[in-house]
Design a protein around this ligand. Structure first.
Ligand code: HEM
Length: 451
């Protein structure tokens, strides 16, 4: 008989199950150890590091797939029957309203949790040390989640759905050269109708889920391949040797945190769906637009920009910011600060200043532009593409560059710390613009007080 001790993995997998329960436990442990390594560094387990946001996004995505498949049994993607099929589901099908509510709120929550996950990864430098590919995959996942929400928005075929998609797809038309072609392809014609409903449904239930499942699997595999999630570099110990951080077994240490977070999340989403049913307005009426006609909430920041700039500039500005996000792993190569929120004390200062500036400047600029400033009237002979497009775009980019240089010179920030300040300014600006779009825009998109 061999007196070799079984490895940790063998012990966790319970290689000689004695009854059904231990066999089930072996199967579950096996599954878990396919997703996770057997041991994880203790700092990576701190909830206040990741806030469980990647895991929460994963559970929400799974919940969306399950409830989405259930909804497909009753939903009918035809202009004549889509709305009534939802009404039927809401009133006649057992748990129909609950399933739809869970799907609706999970989808909205997923936009928020994925966005917060991206913020967490940026702030802790989670894109550094070989993690650039996973950062890029993440950006595609964020865009996918938005695309999921956008295509799903149309399906109930109520007033909200019809007009939000009409407004949303009209933004596509402003993309130079290819914009109209993309819009016509998506809508299967120049406007929202049966072709659009059929295309959006196919994209929502087949194309996007296939890409999402592939990319999510790759994302998880890559986290493992990159050596687990980011964490501070281990200190140089005595005699020049690196002191090693403690490693804890995944089962039960990591798994119990994941199970607790999942239980709380499920409880919140189900309670939410019970108490606040998913909205359903009147049947879509293409000849009667609501006033104001707003895009879906996560596009309202963009819609707000459109009220202040030529559409091409309003599309270019977020495009340039997205480009900068893609480039950040190649621009910020200071690896020493990985695993620390805000990089350092100076990084924290630039982030606070960036956030406060955005809180003051963005509403101020919105009010000034709404009440007093009229660039087209100021330069009446210039084409609006220049007076109301190029000028505000260059001013915005110049302002961002000035902010970066100020962090660098006044705070003695390194490029990495200055980028944290700029990132914080941009994130808070987007949130402020979105809040203005949701609550402070009334009839004809005029500024209003919501209370
Ligand atoms: C459906 C969307 C997404 C899901 C389900 C997801 C899931 C996860 C999970 C479970 C982790 C492990 C650590 C953690 O929980 O924080 C992780 C890490 C990571 N994610 Fe995501 N993610 C998504 C979107 C994104 C986005 C939008 C980005 C960035 C643009 C991103 C970039 C990363 C990176 C770079 C890591 C490694 C972070 C580190 O090492 O600290 N992910 N993701």
């Amino acid at each position: 008989m061999s007196d070799e001790k079984p490895s940790l993995k063998e012990r966790l997998l319970f290689t000689t199950p004695t009854d059904d329960r231990s066999r089930m436990r072996a199967v579950a442990n096996n599954l878990i150890l396919h997703l996770h390594p057997t041991k994880v560094p203790q700092p990576a387990l701190r909830f206040a590091y990741t806030w469980g946001l990647g895991g929460i996004s994963t559970v929400l995505a799974l919940l969306l797939i399950i409830t989405g498949v259930l909804l497909m049994f009753r939903y009918d993607a035809s202009v004549e029957r889509a709305y009534t099929s939802i009404q039927y589901l809401e009133t006649q099908v057992l748990f129909g309203s609950l399933i739809r509510g869970i799907h609706h709120w999970s989808a909205n929550l997923l936009v928020i949790t994925v966005f917060l996950h991206m913020i967490r990864v940026f702030l802790t430098g989670g894109f550094k040390k070989g993690r650039a590919t996973n950062w890029l995959i993440g950006i595609v996942l964020l865009l996918l989640v938005v695309a999921f929400n956008f295509t799903g928005y149309l399906l109930p075929w109520d007033q909200l759905a019809y007009w939000a998609i009409t407004v949303g797809t009209s933004l596509l038309g402003y993309i130079p050269v290819i914009g109209t072609a993309i819009s016509n392809f998506l809508l299967a014609g120049p406007e929202v109708g049966q072709g659009a409903l059929r295309n959006f449904y196919a994209i929502h239930v087949a194309v996007l889920p296939a890409i999402l499942i592939l990319l999510m699997s790759y994302h998880f595999w890559k986290v493992r391949k990159d050596g687990g999630i980011s964490q501070p570099e281990e200190d140089g110990g005595e005699d020049g040797k690196r002191s090693r951080v403690e490693r804890l077994t995944t089962i039960p240490h990591l798994v119990q945190i994941e199970l607790a977070a999942t239980a709380v999340l499920l409880l919140v989403v189900v309670a939410w769906a019970i108490f606040v049913p998913a909205p359903l307005e009147e049947l879509a009426n293409p000849s009667h637009p609501p006033n104001p006609a707003k895009a879906a909430w996560y596009f309202l920041g963009l819609q707000e920009l459109l009220l202040h700039m030529h559409p091409l500039a309003a599309m270019l500005l977020p495009g340039i910011v997205l480009g900068a996000l893609v480039a950040i792993p190649y621009l910020d190569k200071e690896d020493g600060n990985i695993g620390f929120y805000f990089r350092s004390k100076v990084g924290l200062e630039t982030a606070v200043v960036g956030a406060i500036l955005a809180l003051i400047l963005v509403p101020a600029l919105v009010i000034i532009d709404e009440q007093w400033l009229d660039l087209t009237a100021l330069f009446p002979t210039w084409p609006t593409l220049i007076s109301n497009g190029l000028i505000p775009l260059l001013l915005s980019l110049g302002g961002l560059a000035l902010l970066y240089v100020t962090f660098w010179s006044a705070f003695k920030a390194t490029p990495s710390e200055a980028s944290v300040g700029l990132f914080s300014f941009l994130v808070v600006s987007l949130i402020v613009l979105t809040i203005i779009g949701i609550y402070f825009r009334g009839a004809n998109m005029a500024l209003i007080w919501p209370f």
